[in-house]
Design a protein around this ligand. Structure first.
Ligand code: 4NP
Length: 156
């Protein structure tokens, strides 16, 4: 099983959105028996909470299931149990790298690294900007490229 973890700050806006979108794409590709997906936040404020209403709304509008999404905090052990950790911005990347254990083999990246046509490096935080649709579009396009990357690397 290949394990993919999306990481943002609160785990209520961007990373649960990416988790749900990527799961949708993995299921559509018939790869759900090969790829397991989760998300976490580097912060602890929203542990146990469902996604932000803006994330919930944009996913529902796009017929993407949101069941089971519940915020949790990133833990050091995640860097050993996940093969790919995909962060939403540069702060998340730094904070994830800071808890990576010596044994960890995981690849830590930023989601937008996989998108060849976007000049931004960070997925903006819709908790602050309110731009859930813009973030959804960036996330969904980038997830297509991420899936291509993983399929190539893992011969799927
Ligand atoms: P997220 O957005 O990292 O995309 O889930 C945020 C949600 C909550 C907070 C910050 C960012 N907060 O400070 O509570």
């Amino acid at each position: 099983m290949i394990r993919v973890l999306f990481v943002c700050l609160g785990n209520i806006c961007r990373s649960p959105m990416a988790e749900a979108v990527f799961r949708h794409k993995v299921e559509a590709a018939g790869l759900h028996n090969y790829i397991e997906i989760d998300s976490a936040g580097t912060g602890s404020w929203h542990i146990g909470n469902p996604p932000h209403p803006g994330t919930e709304a944009v996913l529902t509008e796009n017929s993407i299931k949101t069941d089971g999404l519940k915020a949790r905090q990133l833990k050091a052990e995640d860097t050993e149990t996940f093969d790919y950790i995909v962060t939403m911005d540069s702060d998340n990347l730094t904070d994830t790298a800071a808890v990576k254990t010596n044994q960890a083999q995981t690849e830590i990246s930023r989601l937008l690294e996989f998108h060849p046509d976007l000049s931004e490096t960070d997925v903006e935080d819709p908790y602050l900007t309110g731009n859930f649709t813009k973030v959804y579009n960036m996330v969904t396009e980038s997830c297509d490229y991420l899936l291509e990357h993983i399929r190539g690397r893992e011969n799927l």
